[in-house]
Design a binder for this molecule. Structure first.
Ligand code: S3P
Length: 426
């Protein structure tokens, strides 16, 4: 797909699609609850459709009527043995969270996904699940999918996770629903807490203290009405675009601003942006707001490191693009997790920003971007990574000449309407 530089301001209002993490969880927890869960503003992207397909394969009726998703839950012990391999597509969240659920079932299941999923590390869930007594194996013995999980009674554990990962934490908490006592996870920095909040709203006993989450087994989960907030990870592209294109003013409606996800707002503020929050509301512990983003002149560089990293992990590619247009140096540290996302996002960011003429140096756990020089159009290989494609579509707005993004349609993974929404601001 080709993009040309754009010099007019971006103006308008966007209701970004539903949060991907919360959409996945609404299907999973709805399936394990008794009764019907009704989900509004569900994200119908390829990743979340993979989760729906997996639960349908295990006997859960899921239907959509007038834009509302209905999940006919069958309780904690209501899933049935899948006849086919569970296909998790490109979705790390589906693969890792579902593994926690499958570990405690009374049947065997096989899981597999696309080429990217088959390279992503699963040892990080195999290790704690095995400590709980689960029988989970990497079929090729390489620590990756395909996985075979033979359901088993599970033991209570406390796990000190070496990574701040909501997928690892949620996998263990979900296995904890089937354990013989309370299960807790401590992480080095707090990752997104959507599982804790939503499981509690469904009736589970969950406690969060600092970086430790604890769950008690065998709760009665009840179907809920879930309204999915707009995804701040999708809003991020328009936040950065509006801050980069002179004269822009964009209103983003109903964006989730859970403090475990709002790192991008804190970082752009530290870079000199001024974002106005209005219409703040809260449902089941998830806060949302309308965000008014205005171009206020070139921003300045900053340091992004430590505890803020898990709160903006998926936004680092587009923050990198913004940093390239800011004055001075931006240093990103402690972001080694980016190497094991849908692609090696650190390497690809350095390669793609360099192709646009940006002065950037990759480091072991991040990058240093010396911003302020004009960007030039380039050919960008998305490596089938949705966040790379969207980040460089944003970069193309201010890059001189033409930018070509290969496999640009991979935005379907999290944001199928991304290009038309961007177009609507132009
Ligand atoms: C997610 C957690 C994060 C994030 C991913 C979604 C989730 O992954 O990058 O896009 O829904 O729990 P990690 O847990 O691997 O950091």
């Amino acid at each position: 797909m080709q993009f040309t530089s754009y010099t007019k301001p971006l103006k308008g209002t966007i209701a970004v699609p539903g949060d991907k993490s919360i959409s996945h969880r609404s299907v999973m927890f709805g399936a394990l609850a008794d009764g019907v869960t009704e989900v509004t503003h569900f994200l119908k992207s390829a990743d979340c459709l993979s989760t729906i397909a997996c639960f349908r394969e295990m006997g859960i009726k899921i239907e959509e009527k007038d834009g509302v998703l209905y999940i006919h839950g069958k309780g904690l012990h209501g899933l049935t043995a899948p006849e086919n391999v569970l296909d998790t597509g490109n979705s790390g969240t589906t693969t890792r969270l579902i593994s926690g659920i499958l570990a405690g079932q009374s049947f065997t299941s096989h899981l597999n996904g696309d080429a990217s999923i088959q390279k992503r590390p699963m040892k990080r869930i195999i290790k704690p699940l095995t400590m709980m007594g689960a029988d989970i194996k990497s079929d090729l013995d390489n620590g990756c999918a395909p996985l075979t999980i033979q359901g088993h009674p599970l033991k209570a554990i406390h796990y000190d996770s070496p990574v701040a990962s909501a997928q690892v934490k949620s996998c263990i908490l979900l296995a904890g629903l089937y354990a013989d006592g309370p299960v807790s996870v401590t992480e080095p920095a707090l990752s997104r807490n959507h599982s804790e909040l939503m499981l509690a709203s469904f009736g589970a006993k969950v406690e969060s203290k600092g970086n430790t989450a604890t769950i008690w087994p065998d709760p009665e989960l009840h179907g809920q009405k879930v309204h999915v907030p707009g995804d701040i990870s999708s809003a991020a592209y328009f936040i950065c675009a509006a801050l980069m294109v002179p004269g822009s003013e964009v209103l983003l409606k109903n964006v989730g601003i859970n403090p475990t996800r709002d790192g991008i707002l804190r970082v752009v503020k530290a870079m000199g942006a001024d974002i106005e929050y209005t219409n703040i509301t809260e449902q089941a512990g998830e806060k949302t707001a309308d965000l008014l983003v205005r171009y206020t002149g070139a921003l300045h560089g900053t340091v992004i490191e430590g505890d803020v990293i898990p709160t903006l992990i998926d936004e680092i590619p587009v923050i990198g693009v913004l940093a390239a247009t800011a004055e001075g140096e931006t240093v990103i540290r402690n972001a080694e997790e980016l190497k094991v996302k849908e692609s090696d996002r650190l390497a690809i960011m350095v390669e793609s920003l360099s192709a646009m003429g940006v002065d950037v140096t990759g480091t072991d756990d991040g990058m240093i971007i010396r911003g302020g020089k004009p960007l030039k159009g380039a050919v960008i290989d998305s490596h089938l990574d949705h966040r790379i494609a969207m980040s460089f579509a944003v970069a193309s707005l201010v890059a001189e000449g033409t930018t070509t993004i290969n496999d640009a349609e991979c935005v379907n993974i999290s944001y199928p309407e991304f290009y038309s929404d961007l177009e609507s601001l132009i």
